[in-house]
Design a protein around this ligand. Structure first.
Ligand code: SAM
Length: 219
């Protein structure tokens, strides 16, 4: 159940981070939120399929995906009203308001039927979102229940920079902390546990020498 207080607290916090950043978000993040386009290429939803992004930010991924898969329907959720305002403007500019539905909600406990009229989705993705949500394991558990038959959950996020020089890792992590971003060292273990618990098949990949990690969990 979504409570106004919970969405409000997390939303106010994200609004503070993104109120000004959202205007330069897409231009700046393309240099360091790596692996997003590869994830979009892997989505390949079925014709007339449904695709959900939790933590959709400015709508950048949803717009690219909607352009790539013209027969699918897209749904985006974010806890930040400021980000959603930008996403709505971008979606309208792209002429995709009829195929991308946006809603305010908290990824840890949103009700997909109340927000989107959908209980399951053919594809769900989380792009650089788990590293911003304290209860990130709760998000994984929550959205796993919305993966439809033959559906998939796709993840992409910061890795542990495990094959990059240690000073690079320290500098990157210190900089990310300024935006309240914490790369999750146990993401693979959590994905594996989810796969076992929900009987999903996990495909895992460390990219760019561990800069980014990506996963697919298939039903
Ligand atoms: C780093 S941005 C990534 C945006 C987008 N997914 C992308 O790849 O460009 C993280 C997004 O997650 C949203 N977010 C943070 N906590 C959230 C929560 N609890 N529920 C839903 N969205 C959340 C933020 O408002 C922000 O838009």
């Amino acid at each position: 159940m979504i409570t106004a207080r919970r969405v409000g607290d997390a939303g106010d916090h994200m609004d503070r981070i993104y109120r000004r950043q959202r205007h330069i978000y897409d231009v700046t993040r393309k240099y360091y939120l790596l692996g997003r386009d590869a994830m979009i290429r892997d989505l390949a939803p079925p014709a007339n399929g449904t695709v959900l992004e939790a933590g959709c930010g400015t709508g950048r991924n949803l717009i690219r995906a909607a352009q790539l898969y013209p027969q699918a329907r897209f749904f985006g959720l974010d806890v930040s009203r400021a980000m959603l305002e930008t996403a709505r403007a971008h979606v309208a500019q792209a002429g995709l308001a009829g195929r991308i539905t946006l809603a305010e909600g908290d990824a840890t406990d949103f009700d997909p039927v109340a927000l989107f009229g959908q209980q399951w989705f053919d594809r769900i993705f989380l792009s650089y979102t788990l590293s911003m949500i304290p209860d990130w394991i709760g998000v994984l558990d929550h959205v796993a229940h919305m993966i439809g038959a033959d559906g998939r959950l796709h993840l992409v996020d910061f890795g542990q920079q495990e094959r990059l020089p240690a000073p690079f890792r320290s500098a990157l992590f210190a900089w990310l902390r300024k935006f309240d971003v914490t790369p999750r060292p146990y993401l693979q273990e959590a994905a594996q546990a989810l796969a076992v618990h929900e009987r999903l098949t996990l495909r895992w990949q460390a990219k760019y020498r561990g800069y980014a990690w990506s996963a697919q969990l298939e039903r």
